[in-house]
Design a binder for this molecule. Structure first.
Ligand SMILES: O=P(O)(O)OP(=O)(O)OP(=O)(O)OC[C@H]1O[C@@H](n2cnc3c(O)ncnc32)[C@H](O)[C@@H]1O
Ligand SMILES: [Mg+2]
Length: 194
C-alpha cells in the first residue's frame, strides 16, 4: 500500500509534533502549512467544521485540521473551544483558579480532527474525548493546558506522562486512530471499485 499523506493546517508546533508521533507509526506522512484559519463561535463541532471548510478553501485541496477543547463540567462545558483565550489571559499556573468556587473539578479534554477533500466538500470529523480533573499545574512540559489536566484515575497530569504512554490514551490519540481507520477504509473502497 502506498504511504498516505495528509496536509495538517496549524500554526501550533506542539500539535505538529503530536500528529507526527501518532501518525508516523501508522504509516502516514504529515505535511504542514502554518495558516491561521479563523475560528467562529459555536459548538465544538460547528467550529471544527467551519475551520476545516475554510482551510480547504484557502489551500484549494485536501486538508486536515484539529480543534482542541477543554470542558469544565461545573461550568457547563466552558471554556471548551475557547480555552486558548483563557490560557493566554491566565497562564497554565492560574487556570485551575477558574474552578475555585466549585467542588466539582471534573473536566473533559476533546480533540476534534477534521478532514476535508477540498473546496465545496463536506468536512468529516473524528473526535477523541477523555475524562480528567483540573488541578494546580504539575509537570515540566509547557504545552497548552497539559500541566493542569490529571487524566482519569492515574494521578498524573498529561504533562507528567511519558509521551508514548500519553499518545495511547490521549484525546488526540483517540481522534487520530479514528482518522487512520477511516483513511484505511477509504483505501478499501477505492480497491473494491477497481
Ligand atoms: O488552531 P491551530 O492553528 O491548530 O492551533 P491552536 O494552538 O490555536 O490550537 P486550538 O485552536 O486547538 O486551541 C486550543 C488551545 O489548547 C492548546 N492545545 C491544543 N491542543 C492541545 C493538547 O493536545 N494538549 C494541551 N493543550 C492543547 C493550544 O495551545 C490552544 O491554547
Ligand atoms: Mg486555534
Amino acid at each position: 500500500m502506498a504511504p498516505k499523506e495528509i496536509l495538517l493546517i496549524t500554526g501550533n508546533t506542539n500539535k505538529i509534533a503530536d500528529f507526527n508521533a501518532i501518525l508516523i507509526p501508522a504509516g502516514i506522512i504529515v505535511r504542514n502549512r502554518a495558516v491561521d484559519v479563523p475560528e467562529i463561535q459555536g459548538s465544538i463541532e460547528e467550529i471544527s467544521i467551519a475551520k476545516c471548510r475554510k482551510a480547504a478553501e484557502i489551500i484549494g485541496g485536501p486538508v486536515v485540521i484539529d480543534d482542541t477543547a477543554l470542558c469544565f463540567n461545573a461550568m457547563g462545558g466552558l471554556p471548551g473551544p475557547y480555552i486558548k483565550a483563557f490560557l493566554e489571559a491566565l497562564g497554565p499556573k492560574s487556570l485551575h483558579l477558574l474552578l475555585a468556587g466549585f467542588s466539582d473539578k471534573s473536566a473533559q479534554a476533546v480533540a476534534t480532527v477534521g478532514y476535508c477533500q477540498g473546496p465545496g466538500h463536506e468536512p468529516i470529523l473524528f473526535q477523541g474525548r477523555i475524562d480528567g480533573t483540573i488541578v494546580p499545574a504539575r509537570g515540566n512540559m509547557q504545552y497548552g493546558w497539559q500541566t493542569c489536566f490529571e487524566y482519569g484515575e492515574t494521578g498524573q497530569t498529561l504533562a507528567e506522562m511519558p509521551d508514548d504512554e500519553k499518545h495511547k490514551m490521549s484525546h488526540l490519540g483517540i481522534a487520530l486512530r479514528k482518522l487512520v481507520s477511516w483513511l484505511n477504509r477509504s483505501d478499501d473502497r477505492v480497491t473494491d471499485t477497481t
